[in-house]
Design a binder for this molecule. Structure first.
Ligand SMILES: *Cc1c(COP(=O)(O)O)cnc(C)c1O
Length: 360
């Protein structure tokens, strides 16, 4: 068996330990004589899986009791519609557009009400985070929306915007559990699991209870109402059982390693190895403003498309997978999520040094 260093932005690398455990339990989960894939979502065994997963997530993120945790489906993209459908009361929401995912959310919200773009960094290919300390927040805005870590462009909000009292809604798909977070600063956080938490098919939403409405228009589909999911503890219908089970294992893995403080320490250490090299390199350079650099997604280029292509091809031969940048940015992107070991980043940087020596 050979494992590669997988720098994919998502679906992405998972902790090897978690995969091994899941493999061991594949045919017989804890004496049930069946796989979690084969088991009723109403069974005692699965009830324990989902309840433990929620409890562990609450502990890791210190989620206050007045927030609901929902395990949903439909990808992060479905939330682009669910958020305005559930949270627009006045029919107005403010969007900060710092990348393609934020832009898609903004465009989708326009279907359901007045979505206002109050800031953007599109003028410079989303390579920075705009100043959000004093934005023209709409008086009637039901929420202010951000994509906290911009997976494609490699920027992150190190500081949250000043929402002037309006609830903040954040897509945290690609920075979920990467560092400690103060949940009380948000009205809602959500993210797809396939970046930093588990397999595709699970979306986790954390919502302050007062934002969960029971007076939604009849046109909002039952399945898209947060109330439906909250009242049923995410078991209104069949949830993505196996995905939730793997997410739960990842939560335990993080707990065992020391929680989110330790994740942050590791992620900062890993990112520094790569950024320090990029800053000293004669061939490669990072593409975003230094103050706004993400710990999770690191885009970089040589400035020469042909050379970038050669790098990606040679890297693959060396066991470095999915290092190609998003088609809208070009170049390369190393996604170095929680499950990417430090050795993987060191291996990448060593390879880059060698490539540089051969090409300068
Ligand atoms: C990947 C990603 C999405 C889209 O996720 P899907 O689950 O494919 O819908 C949305 N937002 C961010 C920040 C992402 O990284």
């Amino acid at each position: 068996m050979k494992r590669v260093y997988n720098f994919s932005a998502g679906p992405a690398v998972l902790p090897e330990e978690v995969l091994r455990e899941a493999a061991e339990e594949m045919l017989d989960y804890k004496g049930t004589g069946m796989s979690v894939m084969e088991m009723s979502h109403r069974s005692k065994a699965f009830e324990e899986i989902i309840q433990t997963a929620e409890a562990d997530l609450r502990e890791l993120m210190q989620i206050p009791d007045n927030y609901k945790v929902l395990f949903l489906q439909g990808g992060a993209s479905q939330q682009f519609a669910a958020v305005p459908l559930n949270l627009m009361k006045n029919g107005v929401a403010d969007y900060i557009v710092t990348g393609q995912w934020a832009k898609k959310a903004y465009q989708e919200a326009q279907r359901f009400g007045k979505a206002v773009k109050i800031a953007s960094s599109e003028d410079q290919t989303f390579s920075y985070i705009p100043d959000c300390s004093d934005l023209p927040i709409d008086e009637d805005a039901d929420y202010v929306y951000i994509c906290q870590n911009n997976t494609i462009y490699g920027t992150v909000f190190h500081e949250l915007p000043n929402t002037k009292g309006k609830p903040l809604v954040a897509d945290i798909s690609s920075c979920f559990l990467s560092e400690p977070v103060d949940v009380t600063k948000y009205g809602m956080l959500y993210g797809g699991a396939q970046k930093n938490i588990g397999p595709a098919g699970v979306v986790i939403a954390i919502i302050r209870e007062d934002l969960i409405r029971d007076d939604l228009p009849k046109t909002v589909p039952t399945m898209l109402q947060y109330k439906t999911q909250a009242d049923a503890d995410s078991l209104y219908n069949t949830p993505p059982c196996y995905g939730i089970y793997i997410c739960g294992k990842v939560f335990q893995w993080i707990k065992k390693l020391g929680g989110l403080e330790e994740m942050k320490r590791r992620n900062e250490e890993k990112a520094a190895i790569l950024y320090d090299f990029l800053d000293s390199s004669k061939l490669f350079r990072g593409t975003v403003r230094k103050e706004d650099r993400s710990l999770m997604n690191v885009p970089f280029v040589t400035g020469d498309d042909a050379l970038d292509k050669e790098f990606v091809a040679k890297a693959k031969e060396a066991g470095i997978e999915n290092i190609k940048g998003h088609r809208s940015v070009g170049g390369m992107r190393a996604s170095i999520y929680n499950a990417m070991p430090k050795e993987g980043v060191e291996y990448l940087v060593d390879f880059m040094k060698k490539f540089e020596a051969d090409h300068t």
